[in-house]
Design a protein. Structure first.
Length: 83
């Protein structure tokens, strides 16, 4: 097997695994607050304390995955185009 065929096979496996993850679990932890719902801040002693509510997820702690967002946009475009 040539090197390019091996690279294509590995890329196909990674893509299929990510698609499966988006189907099984369309929502993932927020990248900004790491799923806590608020931004962590350190106090004077160095301990982590809750800060303000996360601006990206609005405290919901979960965000839609990029792959699921792209799938929803493509499905919406197809549905609107076939009406």
């Amino acid at each position: 097997m040539t090197l390019s065929a091996l690279a294509i096979a590995c890329l196909a496996i990674v893509t299929i695994c990510y698609v499966g993850l988006c189907v099984i679990s369309p929502f993932g932890n927020c990248r900004k607050c790491r799923g806590f719902g608020y931004q962590l801040k350190k106090d004077r002693r160095g301990r982590l304390r809750p800060g303000r509510i996360c601006r990206r997820c609005h405290g919901d702690r979960k965000r839609i995955r990029i792959g699921r967002h792209l799938f929803n946009a493509a499905a919406r475009l197809h549905r609107d185009g076939t009406r």
